[in-house]
Design a protein around this ligand. Structure first.
Ligand SMILES: Nc1ncnc2c1ncn2[C@@H]1O[C@H](COP(=O)(O)OP(=O)(O)OP(=O)(O)O)[C@@H](O)[C@H]1O
Length: 612
């Protein structure tokens, strides 16, 4: 078939719209529910699949959206409080506003409390507040207790009334498609890259200038608002609310939908909602007949099926469907890079060569009884390559962490561009012009080299979430992507820009990290073992690149074990042993230093080899 997946989606939507009026009432109701569930699951795809935070409590936010409008529409207190003559038809819209506001407040609060938890504690935390909110619904008399609230009005807009699934269904699906479009845009932007970076670990994301705590809360609030929106529509579809659909079981079901569909894929949310709703429907129908007695058997079968799916398709079903359909669908050839005139990105003026840009004064770091760094003094100047060497366990990585904001010195001072920095987060180091790579490569393996490198330019963009969702960020995005491509080409990886980062050899991935750091236009570049895993020719190319960067005025600090590489490239070398500086000087001075030779001949013969 010669159509693309995008065209197929549009055709599917058009076909559904055409036959909608002909479908039986029951089908329309089921379809409407699928739309509502998919809206919640889409939020979970963002939160769990993309952002890496698992929540079992989304049903509670659906409840907030539903109860807010139910209360506004039926409470005599609200009716008395509103000005006389306030049109009743507007009450659901007031309910929507209230629901979103309350959800925003509750999610911000719960997010700031729970998102600090790590590992298993975060999902456990979501179960805790999911349960609490459910019992609040059930125990508040003003919300009708466990019986709930009945008599909700239908949604109306002017003379249009959306009283039945025939009319409300298209609204639900319209809202869902709009949300998917906005979320898709968000993911395909500077902010989306920052959201994806959350999964790459706090250290990496913060080094790119991303305020991870802030992004986690924003993502949590976004998912909660989508759930509340679904709850609002749900309430006006059902026309009554009670606590049952908002309990923790349903919260788990929402999570299943996202995971079964494919937690990393927005359309996976729709697929998951569709499959689970239909499956539940069928099982509820067939199992009692098959077993000859009534009971909630479907939950047992459901649980078993879930285990099989999660075992066999850990990434969910959507990527499988994609893979399978790729055989007969034409690849989508829309340009990844938008065709607008790029803006000019913020530029940094580099300090003049020879100026001290990074400095440590008597930096020490203690781990219990171990002194991993002992009063280390070091300076990095603009326009030089400074190497930090020392035997294994000498404290190089520890020092690297101190001067990049990953860890805080026990004592001593770190200055970057003259500013006192110890104790500040790495994103503030990034803001002042520090770029870095990692000893253990930290890339988003499934994303392209281009996207990984573009993340490095995060701080140079300005457009926020709303602008990204509405696609108002395209000129800036074009500039960021162009900058990323320029850095990739400069690092000699031009042919690999569109490949997933994980498909590159480890040495090349290290170079991708250098390109990513360069995209942030740093003044100081910290490279942790950049030559490890590179072949001879690649090392030569890397040396040429670093030489060029030095001549452009960057200050480069390298931790490296390859002595030949270091001796040929570095202007100055600092040697660490047992956490303390034992020598500092030019390569020739260091190679002639008896303490250094001693330290190295004791552990490794690299230096002697390079010196010979
Ligand atoms: N978080 C930590 N807790 C306790 N000890 C640590 C911690 N991090 C490092 N150390 C110890 O500090 C010392 C210095 O380690 P570090 O990793 O800085 O050395 P290195 O010079 O980078 O070594 P390598 O070349 O092997 O990477 C080691 O003895 C290490 O075991």
């Amino acid at each position: 078939m010669m159509i693309t997946s995008r065209q197929l989606t549009l055709a599917g939507i058009a076909a559904l719209a055409l036959v909608w009026g002909l479908l039986p009432e029951f089908t329309l109701t089921v379809m409407s529910y699928i739309g509502l569930y998919a809206l919640v699951a889409a939020g979970l795809v963002m939160l769990t699949g993309v952002g890496g935070m698992t929540s079992f409590g989304q049903a509670a936010f659906v409840g907030l959206g539903a109860y807010a409008t139910a209360w506004v529409c039926t409470s005599p207190w609200v009716a008395a409080w509103l000005p006389a003559g306030f049109p009743r038809a507007l009450l659901p819209w007031v309910g929507l506003l209230l629901g979103l506001l309350v959800t925003y407040g509750v999610a911000r609060f719960l997010g700031s409390v729970t998102l600090r938890l790590s590992g298993h504690y975060l999902p456990l935390g979501t179960i805790a507040w999911g349960l609490s909110i459910y019992y609040i619904f059930g125990n508040l008399d003003v919300l009708g207790g466990f019986t709930g609230i009945t008599g909700l009005p239908p949604l109306t807009l002017g003379s249009l009334s959306f009283a039945t699934p025939l009319y409300l269904g298209p609204v639900i699906w319209g809202v869902l498609l709009l949300a998917l479009w906005a979320l898709h845009n968000l993911l395909d932007s500077r902010e989306g890259r920052a959201i994806r970076a959350l999964k790459g670990g706090r250290v990496m994301a913060e080094s790119m200038g991303v305020d991870t705590a802030h992004y986690r809360i924003k993502l949590f609030v976004l998912a909660a608002l989508l759930a509340a929106l679904s709850g609002w529509l749900y309430a006006h579809l059902q026309r009554f609310v009670n606590p049952t659909p908002f309990n923790i079981n349903i919260g788990i079901e929402y999570l299943f939908m996202a995971v079964v569909g494919g937690a990393g894929y927005l359309w996976g949310a729709v697929l998951g909602a569709l499959l689970i709703t239909l499956l539940k429907e069928q099982l509820q129908d067939w199992l009692p007949r098959l077993l000859g007695s009534s009971g909630n058997f479907e939950i047992i079968v459901f649980g078993l099926l879930m285990l099989v799916v999660l075992q066999r398709f850990a990434d969910g079903l959507w990527p499988r469907l994609n893979h399978w359909s790729a055989r007969w669908l034409r690849p989508d050839t829309r340009q990844a890079a938008p065709s607008v005139r790029p803006v000019t990105l913020a530029q940094r003026t580099l300090p003049p060569a020879g100026e001290v840009i990074l400095q440590s004064r008597d930096v020490s770091r203690r781990f219990g009884g171990l002194l991993a760094n002992d009063a280390v003094n070091m300076t990095l100047k603009a326009g030089e390559v400074h190497a930090l060497i020392g035997p294994n366990g000498a404290g190089k990585s520890t020092f690297f962490n101190m001067i990049s904001g990953v860890d805080t010195p026990s004592s001593g001072e770190v200055r970057l561009m003259g500013a006192v920095m110890q104790g500040k987060p790495s994103r503030e180091f990034a803001a002042l012009g520090l770029g870095r790579t990692f000893q253990h490569v930290r890339l988003l393996g499934q994303r392209s080299v281009l996207e990984n490198v573009a993340l490095g330019a995060h701080r140079r963009g300005r457009q926020g979430w709303i602008a990204s969702m509405l696609r108002l960020d395209r000129a800036e995005e074009a500039a960021i992507l162009a900058e990323a491509r320029r850095q990739i080409e400069r690092c000699g990886l031009g042919d690999l820009a569109d490949r997933p980062a994980a498909s590159l050899a480890l040495g090349q991935q290290r170079v991708v990290e250098i390109a990513r750091a360069l995209a942030g236009q740093p003044a100081a570049l910290l490279l942790d073992e950049p030559a490890a895993g590179l072949r001879h020719l690649e090392k030569q190319a890397l040396a040429v690149l670093l030489d060029q960067l030095r001549s452009e005025g960057l200050g480069i600090l390298v931790v490296e074990h390859d002595m030949e590489f270091v001796m040929n490239l570095a202007d100055r070398i600092t040697v660490l042993e047992f956490g303390a500086v034992i020598a500092e000087g030019t390569p020739a001075q260091v190679q002639a230093n008896p303490r250094v030779l001693d330290a190295y001949l004791g552990g490794s013969d690299d230096l002697a080899g390079a010196a010979a």
